[in-house]
Ligand binder design. Structure first.
Ligand code: NI
Length: 173
């Protein structure tokens, strides 16, 4: 297994619309395993392939306290959505930023597992938030897109400042 590099906002590659997965092979299994390892190490509760610069419709998540309930969703689609909920979201591609986002309260999702078998999943609460957030990534959308343009610009500046401060001094000598 290997940890993968996570792209960060405002990297344009995060805006790529992912293509459907058509080949369910050992390479896909390895990618899902690496994405889970990367997500747990971050630590995070969800990761979309888009975030590791692989533009296929694959996401992993685990919202359990014990980190023992991983889900792998391939080619996910929302069949039904109802209600509303507001949750303070964060994102591994927008580190250190948290903001309230309104999403559907309850969803029914159809997806394929890592072998290609179809299944359906009912989700509400945090799991529903996480699935919707990760599915947005596959369409090139980030949670900061729900904020006002002014707030989004503030987020961009804050991240660029943090990145500049993190650069080693030797690099500027
Ligand atoms: Ni995210």
């Amino acid at each position: 297994m290997a940890k993968l590099e996570i792209l960060e906002f405002p990297d344009r590659r995060l805006r790529t619309k992912a293509q459907p997965v058509t080949v369910f092979d050992a390479h896909l299994k390895q990618l899902a395993a690496d994405m889970l390892e990367t997500m747990y190490a971050a630590p995070g509760i969800g990761l979309a392939a888009t975030q590791v610069d692989v533009h296929q419709r694959l996401l992993v998540l685990d919202v359990s306290e014990e980190h023992d309930a991983p889900h792998v969703l391939v080619n996910p689609e929302i069949l039904h959505a109802e209600g509303h909920q507001v949750y303070q979201e964060g994102c591994l591609s927008v580190p250190g930023i948290f903001a309230d986002v309104e999403r559907a309260g309850k969803i029914r999702v159809r997806a394929q597992d890592i072998e290609g078998a179809h299944f359906e999943l009912e989700a509400e609460g945090l799991l529903a938030v996480c699935i919707q957030h990760e599915m947005d990534h596959l369409n090139g959308k980030l949670f900061v897109d729900y904020l006002s343009p002014l707030k989004r610009e503030m987020v961009r500046r804050k991240l660029e400042k943090a990145r500049r401060q993190a650069e080693p001094q030797a690099a500027t000598a």
